[in-house]
Ligand binder design. Structure first.
Ligand SMILES: C[S@@+](CC[C@H](N)C(=O)[O-])C[C@H]1O[C@@H](n2cnc3c(N)ncnc32)[C@H](O)[C@@H]1O
Length: 283
């Protein structure tokens, strides 16, 4: 097993960079959290009053609330699709993807990993970021990308065409269910599971399933570390996002992983940010 000190040392620069970025980017989180309560209660908040980094989130929240008033939720709504696409191509999402990729590659080196596994890969946006970084750094660890939806097979075909030199497989895996025997036989160990914003659609049970596959977990799903629930939590819950409490996630992780490390504790200290945004666990 790689020690806590080795991991901390290997990731020190990236932790400092990430912490600085988050402190600056989310410094006005409390103002937005309170504004989101106001929106949730159906009262007006002017766009110009919302800290710019939260503007797209605010617009999404308003569309979801409007749909609720109309009585039906429509994922195909053009405005909603455009807003989600704006969010997922925005500066934070992209930067965050780069950080997850960087950490995964550093840990793959430290661990001499034999397999990387992405869960909740969706249409492969994070996969693309990881593969570009792997190519830059000449890392060729085999990769398996998974998701509960068939879209992952499309993403798999695309990245196999883009990176013919890499060993990339794709398959469907609903992480609320244990991995199939087929999947278990495909994975070589030590293995690293990484993810961004997919655990947040599941619950604590998923950890036991992940632990059957990954010797190391890089979790970029956000975990609530204060138990405070704001308006945006309540509205995003309507589209399937779960509030997962950090201490309960840690309790589950402890059953399978002796080492657990939140990479952004400096953000909590500096601005009391109520989410742990990057959590690592390994054995
Ligand atoms: C917000 S998208 C994020 C996609 C991708 N991780 C990224 O960062 O670009 C959430 C993804 O989680 C997947 N997901 C939700 N529940 C899941 C489950 N139980 N098992 C596996 N994937 C799941 C969805 O299908 C979707 O692709």
């Amino acid at each position: 097993m790689v020690s806590m000190d080795e991991v901390k040392k290997g990731l020190r620069d990236i932790e400092e960079n990430y912490t600085r970025y988050l402190i600056s980017h989310f410094r006005e989180w409390k103002k937005w959290a309170e504004q989101s309560d106001t929106i949730y209660e159906g009262r007006e908040v002017k766009e110009e009053e919302v800290p710019p980094v939260f503007l797209t989130e605010m617009r999404i929240m308003k569309v979801i609330k409007e749909m609720e008033t109309l009585g039906e939720f429509d994922w195909n709504n053009q405005t909603l699709r455009l807003l989600f696409s704006e969010l997922s191509s925005g500066p934070f999402y992209t930067y965050f993807g780069g950080i997850i990729a960087h950490i995964t590659i550093e840990l793959a080196k430290l661990y001499k990993a034999s397999h990387l596994v992405e869960v909740g890969a969706g249409d492969g946006r994070l996969t693309e970021i990881l593969l570009a970084r792997m190519k830059e750094r000449n890392v060729q660890t085999p990769l398996l990308i998974t998701d509960s939806k068939p879209v992952v097979e499309v993403a798999g075909t695309k990245v196999r065409e883009e990176y013919p030199e890499m060993e990339i497989e794709s398959m469907i895996w609903d992480i609320m269910k244990p991995p199939s025997t087929e999947m278990l036989t495909r994975i070589s160990h030590p293995s690293i599971i990484y993810e961004r914003y997919s655990l947040t659609y599941t619950n604590y049970q998923a950890i036991a399933n992940l632990a059957q596959v990954g010797d190391v977990l890089v979790m970029g799903g956000w975990f609530n570390n204060t138990r405070a629930i704001y308006g945006y939590d309540k509205v995003f819950a309507k589209i399937g996002l779960k509030t997962l409490l950090l201490n309960e996630v840690e309790d589950q992780l402890k059953k399978y992983y002796p080492c657990i490390y939140p990479l952004d504790s400096g953000v909590k200290k500096a601005i009391n940010f109520p989410y742990t945004t990057l959590l690592l666990a390994w054995r």
